[in-house]
Design a protein around this ligand. Sequence first.
Ligand code: PRP
Ligand code: URA
Length: 213
Amino acid sequence: MEFPIENVTVFSHPLIQHKISILRDKRTGTNEFRALIEEIAMLMGYEALRDLPLKEVEVETPIETCMTPMIAGKKLAVVPILRAGLGMVNGILALVPSAKVGHIGLYRDEVTHEPHEYYCKLPNPIEQRTIVVTDPMLATGGSAVAAVDFIKEHGGKNIKFMAIIAAPEGLERLHKAHPDIQIYVGHLDRQLNENAYICPGLGDAGDRIFGTK
Ligand code: PRP
Ligand code: URA
């Protein structure tokens, strides 16, 4: 892939890179893994939300009354792709506590690697909201494309997708399928292996967040 690519941000911030390196280490336990996923989501969210609309409100300081900017309305929705995307939600909610939260339940078939949907619920109405879809891993891109398809079918327009680690294959597939959405990636890894796992990656994000397997 040739960078820069319109609507694609790959982070280079040292704090994000440092924390991703700890995530990759197979000795990192569930507690620390969970906390890091949340922290990275917050750091990425700080950048991804830089275009949130503001409105001027009147505030009385101890000195005088002034007009000062605040986030306009309760217009943000965070939509994790279950399970692993859940781990990123609190990082975004720490920045915008009033955001609504939707859920998209998808799991990858172990053989075909195609996503299967098992649960979807979005805040209603969704049309006017900025929607941040979270999933730590963008591998083949099948789950991300299916999630964004679903959100668009339900009227979502202003969509941002946040992944902590992406494979070039997945990033390309998502960007090709949905060139209009903003994609944020913490680190772009080398490639997928024969089981469609990201190399070097961090293993199975869902299992590492929830301590399963
Ligand atoms: C993982 C990950 C993504 C998906 C990425 O979820 O959290 O949702 O795989 O792969 P893709 O880009 O090839 O679709 P998984 O299906 O393992 O479910 P889980 O989060 O419940 O463990
Ligand atoms: N899902 C994961 O959790 N990890 C990968 O490397 C690929 C898909």
